[in-house]
Design a protein around this ligand. Structure first.
Ligand code: CA
Length: 361
């Protein structure tokens, strides 16, 4: 039997209530295949829709690709049974019906309330293949040399997860750590002035420790106000982000769901972090444990003591961070700029790797 028909493995009823700039969607998926003990429904937005919240499923979005993972109570899906969940999102210029619904990878028909659409090719843009020993086994390994135009494309897609202002992202051929290309972010001050470029790579099975290495160069010292330049959608926070940025002039981690910071923003805590030097390429590395409390950060080859979390609460460092006991489960990587007040900056990223094994600077 062909796997291309709408009745091959699942059926989706997708009901949208939209208004200018926003929408809610109620999604019902019927399992027409074998019983499932857990499920993930995936689809693609071809417009600029962006999911902001969801209920009865954990929904994460990278570029136009969306993953809805079952909630604990609706994981089991027998043959013929249905699961329902909903979400809310934003859109700016276009919001065509989603396409390429698939249940655990098996294609469904497109949503029941919309006319049939010819789906675009389902093959995702290729992740840059490993190009050296550095990258063996890496899920993301990008020197941005495969970027062909001024706008990020292919394995890197522009996104503004919450809201967008005047910040921009581009491929810069004048500044690079390696080769002749890097990713450039012109980040602007002001609340909700967000501009990111997301890798299309799925990190949800990377680990148990996720190792991230990037070279970053920036222009303006980290401000007193809170800013973010690396954002990892985190399934353990319902898709909200684990964020790397700065506050009080020094690097910090921040957890979107409860706004916890690492280190604590006491003067003693801030002193245990480090500023991000301006005007030169810096090697920034993270190790994120997805199974236990554990987070480590290196600037160059030096561990940053204030950016270290472990199982033992330490005043001024990780006492507040450890108030949440569920380890993070990052699913994607976004590089960019998110300002919540003052602070603008121009940044470049190059030679980015993410995988289950450490990579040297
Ligand atoms: Ca490069």
């Amino acid at each position: 039997m062909s796997a291309t028909g709408a009745e091959s493995g699942c059926r989706v009823d997708h009901t949208v209530n939209r208004w200018t700039g926003g929408y809610t969607a109620q999604i019902k998926v019927v399992n027409l295949g074998p019983s499932l003990s857990g499920w993930r429904l995936t689809w693609t937005y071809t417009g600029d829709q962006q999911v902001t919240s969801a209920w009865n499923a954990t929904v994460t979005q990278t570029g136009g690709s969306v993953v809805a993972a079952a909630a604990g109570f609706n994981r089991a899906l027998a043959t013929g049974a249905a699961a329902e969940f909903g979400l809310q999102g934003t859109w700016r210029s276009t919001d065509p019906a989603p396409v390429d619904f698939a249940l655990n990878g098996t294609p469904c028909g497109d949503g029941g309330t919309v006319p049939p659409t010819t789906p675009p090719p389902t093959t995702p843009p290729p992740t840059t293949p490993p190009s050296g020993a550095d990258c063996a086994g890496a899920v993301i390994c990008s020197d941005f040399e495969d970027q062909t135009g001024p706008a990020p494309s292919g394995a890197w897609q522009f996104t503004a997860p919450d809201c967008q202002g005047t910040g921009t992202a581009s491929v810069d051929t004048a500044v690079a750590h390696s080769g002749s290309r890097s990713l450039r972010i012109d980040g602007e001050a002001g609340y909700c002035n967000h501009a990111f470029v997301a890798s299309t790579a799925d990190l949800s099975r990377t680990g148990p420790v996720i190792h991230v290495r990037m070279w970053v160069r920036h222009t303006t010292a980290l401000p007193s106000a809170h800013v973010t330049f690396v954002s990892l959608p985190d399934a353990s926070q319902g898709g909200r982000s684990l964020r790397v940025g700065g506050q009080n002039g020094a690097l910090q981690w921040n957890r979107e769901s409860d706004d916890a910071t690492l280190p604590a923003q006491s003067p003693a805590g801030v002193a245990l972090s480090r500023p991000l030097p301006t005007g030169s390429w810096q090697c920034l590395r993270f190790a994120i444990d997805t199974t236990a409390p554990g987070l480590d950060t290196w600037l160059g080859d030096e561990p940053v003591p204030g950016l270290h979390a472990d199982g033992v609460p330490t005043q001024d460092i990780d006492q507040q961070w450890l108030s949440r006991t569920t380890p993070p489960r990052p699913t994607a990587l976004r590089l960019g700029w998110e300002s919540y007040g003052t602070g603008d900056d121009t940044l470049w990223f190059d030679d980015v790797t993410v995988g289950s094994a450490p990579v040297a600077c």
